[in-house]
Design a protein around this ligand. Structure first.
Ligand SMILES: Nc1ncnc2c1ncn2[C@@H]1O[C@H](COP(=O)(O)OP(=O)(O)OP(=O)(O)O)[C@@H](O)[C@H]1O
Length: 327
């Protein structure tokens, strides 16, 4: 493997940034390898965008360093950092054609006209919009505009792409389509990708690794499926949507995965609440461990009368620190 392939696309070391009395980012360190997608995930206001903006050079951190492709860029302005940016309001130039929008980055870098055109066409082909090169942004759908914004970032051939909630302005159907497209696209271009999202599904669908942020700090970083399967704390589990987190009153909580709940054997548990969903029912039951929430498929749902017989496989239950009350 060449040295270039071994050099991380991004190294952010101990970044801190405050706005007045708000400490938005506290000592965040991250690495994104070439060809890897890392999703920065966390609730609104936890500092995700600020990390991205510090990396892009749109904010100056009080402390910490940023390296892009092994080169320190901490003191450089955004245009000298060699990163491709895609933000949620993709801000295409309305008076320029799709091709000229995409060519804008390379042309600003003083490349020859034929080369600029070639780069822009290649980038448009990557996002499957080559045929719409002559249109103007207003003549495109939201999803197509978002793909133009991506092509514009790709055309810079930056070793690092930064995406801030790139799909958030799109409807659910388009989001689902683009998620699949983006994953394949990231695989093809070989750049490191740092993507900010508050949408767990998006993170899981797009990213190789996820970094979960809480109140300005990283609280768990790891391969996406592993973080979703094994949250290190009750707060991370709750943020990732785990329905069954049972406080133990000793600063710890039990995490009960869906597959640990075995139906049809064991304790008869009174049903305390029931809600019909698109795919079946969500029921709450009173179990000796505590209150449990279960999703029942349409096939299982009729079995739920006033009580539900179930067993919790304790071998699959994890005990984690219950840190949900910390600020
Ligand atoms: N320019 C600014 N001036 C003052 N406070 C700011 C500024 N930018 C961000 N903040 C504050 O810093 C904190 C982190 O904001 P940031 O936008 O990074 O969060 P986020 O996790 O990206 O949130 P969201 O998901 O809602 O976009 C918040 O408390 C926010 O109000």
């Amino acid at each position: 493997m060449s040295d270039a392939a071994l050099t991380p696309a991004l190294q952010a070391r101990s970044l801190s940034k405050s706005f007045g009395t708000v400490q938005a980012v506290r000592g965040v360190s991250l690495e994104v390898q070439a060809g890897e997608t890392l999703a920065l995930l966390g609730p609104s206001g936890c500092g995700k965008s600020t990390v991205l903006r510090c990396v892009a050079g749109l904010e100056q951190p009080e402390a910490g360093q940023v390296f892009v492709g092994g080169r320190e860029v901490t003191a450089l302005p955004p245009e000298q950092r060699h990163v491709g940016l895609v933000f949620q309001d993709y801000a295409l130039f309305p008076h320029l054609s799709v091709l000229r929008n995409v060519a804008y980055g390379p042309s600003m870098r003083g490349e020859s006209k034929p080369r600029v055109q070639m780069r822009a066409r290649e980038a448009l082909d990557l996002v499957a919009l080559g045929e719409l090169a002559g249109r103007f942004p207003a003549q495109l759908s939201g999803g197509q505009q978002q793909r133009v914004a991506l092509a514009r970032a790709l055309a810079t051939r930056s070793p690092l792409l930064l995406l801030d909630e790139p799909l958030s302005n799109l409807d659910e159907k388009l989001r689902a389509e683009l998620r699949t497209d983006l994953r394949a696209l990231f695989g093809r271009v070989g750049a490191g990708v740092l993507i900010v999202t508050h949408d767990q599904r998006e993170a899981l669908a797009l990213a190789d690794r996820v970094a979960v942020m809480r109140a300005g700090q990283l609280v768990q970083v790891g391969p996406a499926p592993a973080v979703f399967r094994e949250p290190h704390s009750a707060w991370v589990a709750a943020f990732l949507g785990w329905p069954n987190i049972l406080p133990q009153g000793d600063g710890r909580a039990l995490l009960i995965p869906e597959e640990a709940i075995l139906l049809g054997v064991g304790e008869a548990c009174p049903v305390t609440a029931r809600q019909v969903t698109e795919t079946g029912q969500t029921v709450q039951v009173h179990h000796s461990l505590g209150r449990l929430t279960l999703h029942l498929s349409a096939r299982e749902a009729p079995q739920a009368g006033d009580s539900l017989t179930l067993n919790v496989d304790l071998n699959r239950v994890k005990t984690v620190p219950d840190d949900r009350e910390l600020s």
